[in-house]
Design a binder for this molecule. Structure first.
Ligand SMILES: [Zn+2]
Length: 330
């Protein structure tokens, strides 16, 4: 009798131990599922496109259409072979991929812009390392054919001005389109290679400036009520002020006037920015504003949010689960 009791006792002990183990596995699984998968849906689900009543560009009446759903990302900094530890890469890239894919699924943007520093080591990576980084980028940022993906170059993609070379620019533009002007649904986007706005007259800088002047001319023609003879017979762009997309922000003394979610920490806001390193030079910023007369300028590089709001464009900022910002990489 005593032997049978002991046997049942042992069986109960084993059963409760297995049950406890199952419970622990279930809890760990639930936590992983929530933190690594569901959290993205919960966070991004709170974002909505603003309802915009605009005047149709072909009529005077107010209408809800057409609205272009555009998503902007910056500074993804896909880690490279030299500085990226495999575990760090795995973690960050999983987070970025989940955030991007969830946002695509929930928000259904028509166009996605990435405002530079897509890669961390494009400025020095070998051809093989570059090819590996590009392959991972295509996997993480895969998107349906009807969604367009546009990018501008950042200093980590092609190097700061002193590292930038025609080879690195061409390598970047072979993967991503070298388009500078993109118009859709009445909106003109000008994509600037802001690394080439050093203003020292180097070949790459002169070419970049010449391109911008051409675009400025095209935009001016579209804004004229009566087309001047200098505008030729080519197709006109939509008659609207452009949105400027670039990696380096326009010149500002510091972030002292910035506030809100994702702004720089209060203790860093007063630190003066260095021209041609943190922000564009005053001269280059002034040129961009003169030539292009934009209604909105969006940029990356500082990894903090600062934004311009005008009554012509509505911008909805939606914080993603953290992984798109690395405060130590400019
Ligand atoms: Zn940068």
């Amino acid at each position: 009798m005593a032997t049978i009791k002991l046997w049942f006792g042992r069986q109960n002990f084993h059963l409760s131990k297995s049950f406890l183990l199952l419970k622990i596995i279930a809890v760990v699984f639930a936590v992983l599922l929530f933190c690594e998968f569901l959290i993205y849906y919960l966070v991004i689900f709170r974002c909505n496109w603003p309802e915009v009543k605009i005047r149709g560009y072909d009529s005077e009446r107010e209408t809800l259409e057409p609205v272009l759903k555009a998503m902007f990302l910056a500074d993804t900094h896909l880690l490279g072979k030299v500085r990226g530890h495999w575990l760090d890469k795995l973690r960050r890239e999983w987070q970025m991929e989940r955030a991007f894919q969830t946002a695509l699924w929930l928000l259904q943007p028509e166009v996605v812009f990435i405002l530079g520093d897509i890669f961390d080591e494009g400025k020095w990576s070998s051809s093989q390392a570059w090819a590996d980084d590009v392959e991972r980028f295509h996997k993480m940022f895969r998107h349906p054919h009807h969604v367009q993906l546009k990018v501008v170059a950042g200093n980590h993609d092609i190097g700061f001005h002193y590292q930038m070379s025609t080879y690195r620019i061409k390598r970047f533009e072979k993967v991503f389109n070298r388009e500078r002007l993109f118009s859709w649904k009445g909106i003109n986007f000008v994509m600037v290679n802001s690394v080439a706005l050093e203003g020292d007259g180097c070949n790459i800088c002169s070419e970049a400036e010449a391109e911008l002047i051409k675009i400025s001319h095209k935009l001016n023609c579209s804004r004229e009520a009566h087309r001047s003879s200098q505008c030729g017979d080519g197709q006109l762009l939509p008659a609207s002020a452009p949105i400027l997309l670039q990696h380096f922000p326009l010149y500002r003394r510091s972030d002292a006037n910035c506030s809100g979610e994702d702004a720089a920490p209060p203790e860093e806001r007063g630190i003066p920015f260095k021209e041609r390193y943190d922000v564009l030079s005053q001269e280059a910023s002034q040129k961009l504003l003169w030539w292009l007369r934009p209604r909105l300028v969006l940029s990356g590089h500082t990894h903090t949010r600062d934004w311009v709001y005008t009554n012509q464009t509505r911008v909805c900022f939606c914080p993603f689960p953290k992984s798109f910002s690395n405060s130590y990489m400019l």
